[in-house]
Structures are given as C-alpha cells and as structure tokens.
Design a protein around this ligand. Structure first.
Ligand SMILES: Cc1ncc(COP(=O)(O)O)c(C=O)c1O
Length: 375
C-alpha cells in the first residue's frame, strides 16, 4: 500500500520513448521473410523502404545504412577529401567523429542564436585553401540557411554534406530538406522522430552515387572479384521492416508531438528568462525536440539547477549539446582556437525537455509546473 502511494506520487517522464507500431503489424510485416529467411543482404524490405522514403522525403535517391553515423562516414569518404571540414560545435560528437575517422580536421564555426544552426558569415570567414568540405547540422528540426550555404559552396567549390540526423521529413519552401547540398545524412535511431531501431540513410540528387554506396556499404564489393575500400554498413531486412511499419504512422506521430509543442509554448511563452525555439519561415518542422534556453539572471536560476530539480522529480531532460564538441579534448586540445561566443553561451543555457508522441498534455503540464516551481 505504502509502495503504491509512493509510486503514484512519482510521475516518471523519460526524455524520449521510441515510436513503435502495434506489435501485430510488425509480425505481419516480417512474416514473409520468416519463411524465406532472407534477413539481410538487401532484399524486398530494404528496397521497399528506400522507395517509400524517396517519396516521403521528396528526394531523388536514398541509400539505407546500418546507422546514421556510418552513413555520414560513407558520405564524407565519397569525395576522397584531404584537409579541413568546417562544421558546427553545437552537435552530437558523431558529426565530428565522422570527420576525424576520414582522416580530416574539424574546424568549428559559430552558430546563430535564432535557430542554433551554423552562422553563415562565420562559416564563410573560416574558408581557406585547406577547406575541402562543409558539414552543417540541421538541429532540433531547425534548418540551416540552405540558400546561403548553396552560394558559398558554389563560390568556393566545396561540397556540402548536411548532418540531417534531426531533420526527418522537414521541408523548406515545400522542398525536402534532404534535397539540399551534395548529400544529407538522416539518423533512424530509436530516439529519432522516425526510427528503424538502429539505422540511417543518405539522400542526394546525383544518381551515380547510388551504385557507389551500394558497393561501399557491402564490404566495398563491386562483384565477387573486385572490391573498393568499404565496410559492412548494410541495414538488415528486420530493421527495414520496422521502418516500413513506423512510416505508416509517421504523420500522426508528428501531429501528437506538435500538440505537445503547442502546449509547452502556451505554458512557457510569457516566462521571463526562458527563451523558446522560434518557428522558421517557410519551414515545416518535425517537432523532434523541444529546447529551451534559461537565462540565469532573468529566470533567477541556472540551467543546471532546473535540470537537477526535474531529475529529482523523475523527469529526464538533456543538456543537448553541452559541452560543445570543440571543448572535448579528443576533437581539439586547444579550445581557445575557436571563436564561437554564441555557441559557448547557448551551450551553458540550453535544456531539451521531454518530447515524444506518447507524451500527454498532462505530462507537459507537469514538466512545466516543476520548471516554474521556484518562481
Ligand atoms: C546530430 C547527430 N548526428 C549524428 C548522429 C548519429 O546517428 P546514429 O545514432 O543513427 O548513428 C546523431 C544521433 O544519434 C545525431 O543526433
């Protein structure tokens, strides 16, 4: 009895809950391959998912991968680059690891405080003779200034590879976000708006890349006798089947996230010291994350203190992305090399709140109540 009362009081709210289809739908989807035992090596589920994603993402080509990180490594390796790659310091370490594991040097440019994507002026200033590519990051479903980046790419003749891990289904002026730049990488990890449990994809306009990635992700095998330097990065049929199921429910999942975002906005919009994410003109978001910025002076409390209080109430939030990757010793031994004052400040203030399609309006109200408790 006592235990039950304690349990009722504590409302556990995780940061993320993966979206899953009804289990019977998944069983049904995999029942044919259970009989054929074609579980991997690019068969019907894989092909069906690539086709469905081409339509859904409004892109010319899709190549599926075992996860988003390996897809990003594959994208960078396509260009056989040498030198420096300019990227955002306000991202998951994966972005930077993909650069380094290709033998390239990451260079960090500042971000803009409106939507946390790369500041294009800072990006252009950093371009020099060593620059071989740029790798901007669409973050929280916000998009980079894709038009300005296109001009920079043409002017300096450098390829653009987007980390679009957070940008599944996002559109800019009715164009699929994965159709900008030379290549975009999407992550289908369980924590993402659309998931295949683990998985990822590259999207691109250039048809000839398709064959290259088909070989590259399959041990580099062009045929049994000829190989290029690739690896095993294939998505399995069981993962692709999960994607086919989840894709059928994606619109309603995003709609539910949107309702939660609207409720967070209603509750938090007038609170002094809280800065909310701003919608972007012409952009259809996927509501992947709900970031807030806490200005200590105006709010009267630090981000870390709010984080701790939420955590004591069994509500998980994330300081995405703190610390900046440019401050991690593995990426640069001398962080003062980088002039990123906006990113430095935002990393100290940012807190990402729980958001997923199963989150209820009552959950959102509860999270907001705890955030505002000190006021
Ligand atoms: C910004 C960013 N880049 C890259 C990745 C790597 O994707 P994956 O987990 O699918 O390998 C993720 C997600 O985990 C991410 O959030």
């Amino acid at each position: 009895m006592v235990e039950k009362r304690l349990f009722d009081k504590m409302k556990n709210i995780p940061f993320i809950k993966p979206s899953v289809p009804p289990i019977d739908e998944y069983f049904n989807e995999i029942s044919d391959i259970w009989h054929t035992t074609m579980f991997t090596n690019i068969h019907s589920k894989h092909e069906k998912l690539e086709d469905a994603l081409k339509k859904h993402l409004a892109v010319n080509n899709v190549s599926l991968f075992v996860n988003g990180h390996m897809a990003l490594e594959a994208a960078l390796s396509y260009f056989q680059l040498k030198g420096e790659v300019i990227t955002s310091p306000f991202t998951f370490s994966s972005t930077c690891l993909a650069i380094m594991r290709n033998g390239l040097t990451p260079v960090f440019c500042d971000i803009n405080e409106k939507n946390y994507t790369v500041n294009v002026d800072s990006l252009e200033r950093l371009i020099n003779e060593k620059t071989c590519a740029v790798l901007p990051v669409h973050i929280y479903g916000n998009v980079c200034d894709v038009y300005a980046i296109e001009k920079i790419s043409e002017k300096y003749e450098v390829p653009v590879i987007y980390d679009a891990a957070h940008a599944f289904g996002v559109k800019v002026n009715e164009r699929g976000i994965g159709s900008f730049g030379n290549i975009s990488m999407f992550s289908f990890h369980s924590t993402k708006v659309f998931n295949t449990v683990e998985g990822g994809a590259l999207t691109y306009a250039d048809d000839k890349m398709y064959e290259h990635f088909a070989h590259f992700r399959n041990f580099g095998q062009k045929n049994r006798e000829t190989v290029i330097v690739g690896a095993n990065m294939k998505m399995s049929e069981l993962h692709a089947a999960m994607g086919l199921c989840n894709l059928r429910h994606i619109n309603s999942c995003i709609e539910k996230r949107k309702n939660c975002v609207n409720r967070y906005n209603e509750r938090l919009i007038d609170i002094k010291g809280l800065h909310l994410n701003q919608p972007q003109n012409g952009v259809v978001s996927n509501y992947t994350h709900y970031p807030i910025r806490i200005n200590e002076k105006e709010f009267g409390e630090t981000r870390d203190s709010v984080f701790e209080r939420l955590s004591r109430h069994d509500i998980t939030t994330q300081k995405y992305y703190y610390p900046l990757v440019s401050n991690m010793a593995i990426f640069d031994k001398n962080p003062s090399n980088y002039d990123t004052p906006v990113a430095d400040e935002i990393a100290k203030q940012i807190l990402v709140l729980p958001l997923y399609s199963e989150l209820t309006i009552e959950d959102v109200d509860y999270v907001c109540k705890i955030i505002l408790e000190h006021q």
